[in-house]
Every structure is written in C-alpha cells, then in structure tokens.
Design a protein around this ligand. Sequence first.
Ligand SMILES: [Zn+2]
Length: 128
Amino acid sequence: MYCTKCGKQLDNDAVICPDCGEKTENYREDFFKDETPVGQEEKKANSEGENGMAIAGFVCAFFMPILGWIFGGIGLAKALKPNGKRKGLAIAAIIIATVVFIVNFFVNTFITAFFTELFAEIFGSMAV
Ligand SMILES: [Zn+2]
C-alpha cells in the first residue's frame, strides 16, 4: 500500500509512514498504548469514573421516586469514593425523589379524599 499523505510505498502491515509519520489504515488508537501522552491517560481514567447510577437516579427521581432513591443512593456512594463523579447529581436525585414522593403522597391523599366525598354524595343522593 501507499502512504495517503506522501505517497511512499509501505509494508502492508505498516501502522505509520516512516517518512512523514502519517497514520495508515492499520493504525488503531490502542496500538501505541504505552506511548500515550500522560494527559490522555488521565482523561481516560476520568471517563471510566462516570457515574451512571447518579444519572439514572436523577432521571428516575421525577417518575419513580423509589428508583430515584435506590440509584441516587448507589450513585452517591460511588460519588463519595476517590475520583468519584456526579456527587451533586446523586444528591439532587435523592432530594428530587423525596420531593416527588411527598407531592405524590399529597396528590394521592387529595384524590382519594375527593373521590370518597364524590362517592358519598352519589350514593347519598341515591339513597334518598
Ligand atoms: Zn508518508
């Protein structure tokens, strides 16, 4: 094959062009793993610490407070570990789950009370 940049003929298993340093189609990101600059290694380590549980908890908190607590709690435990991430999001998940739970509780109580009264009225008028 030939280098796409300078056109020099290369071995078919060449990874970079020895002349100009251009990457060939054989080049893969993990090929020179040992030569990865320090900055990129750090970036990789950080992305591995992504806290999916905190995110899941935050999303679930709005619809299913119980799941919001569970995921948020696990996410918070993960966030509190060294290099943990999304601590704020995990705490937000737990707070939102609590608020949604309380709101749901009062809404349910209100609806139950409303229908209890409604049925009492309907059945009361039927009895007359
Ligand atoms: Zn080249």
